[in-house]
Design a protein around this ligand. Structure first.
Ligand code: HEM
Length: 158
């Protein structure tokens, strides 16, 4: 695995990210825009799903999904793309950090779960029944907020 990180770190894009001060700042800024789009869509979407499952929500989950899923998807693509380049810049260092490992595992798991849900239910996100839907939405909420916290933590432990 160490060879993979070394090769990634020696790549031209990683060298650019290390040397381009404002380029790196722009990359970091775009990462935050991606995070804002992703978390800014996932929090209300999951709260609406929980409300609908508990029978107290006023907005249909399908309407919320129609509006918010495209923003969440665009945000995820932007966060993953920019995050990958920032990771490549210091791949060896980042890969050794538990915080980074946990964050990447949660991003992977969260993405796979979201894709599986979408493939099975489309926008009819409540089809799994109220208890499962509420549990899934609460888990999704906690997962993405944990990713956000772990991402911010990298600067303090690295
Ligand atoms: C494959 C996906 C991702 C990779 C490889 C990645 C990688 C990175 C890297 C290398 C940094 C810079 C850390 C530092 O040295 O300070 C960072 C920062 C951060 N990431 Fe990610 N990231 C990914 C996805 C996400 C997602 C989905 C979120 C949030 C939901 C997120 C939240 C954050 C936050 C909050 C920061 C700190 C930004 C700052 O304080 O300037 N990341 N990420």
């Amino acid at each position: 695995m160490d060879e993979l990180w070394a090769a990634l770190q020696a790549s031209p894009v990683a060298a650019w990210a290390r040397s381009a001060r404002w380029g790196y700042a722009a990359l970091n800024g775009a990462h935050i825009v991606g995070i804002a789009l992703l978390v800014g869509a996932m929090v209300p979407l999951n709260l609406v799903r929980i409300g609908a499952a508990l029978g107290v929500g006023r907005i249909p989950a399908e309407t919320a999904a129609r509006l918010l899923v495209p923003f969440a998807g665009a945000g995820l693509v932007l966060a993953v793309g920019t995050g990958a380049v920032m990771f490549a810049a210091r791949a060896g260092e980042y890969a050794a950090l538990g915080v980074v490992q946990a964050k990447l595992a949660l991003v992977g798991a969260g993405t796979l779960i979201a894709l599986a849900l979408h493939a099975r239910h489309g926008r009819d996100m409540q089809r799994a029944g109220p208890r499962r839907t509420a549990a899934h939405a609460a888990l999704s909420l906690v997962m993405w907020l944990t990713v956000l916290g772990l991402g911010r933590l990298i600067a303090f432990v690295g």
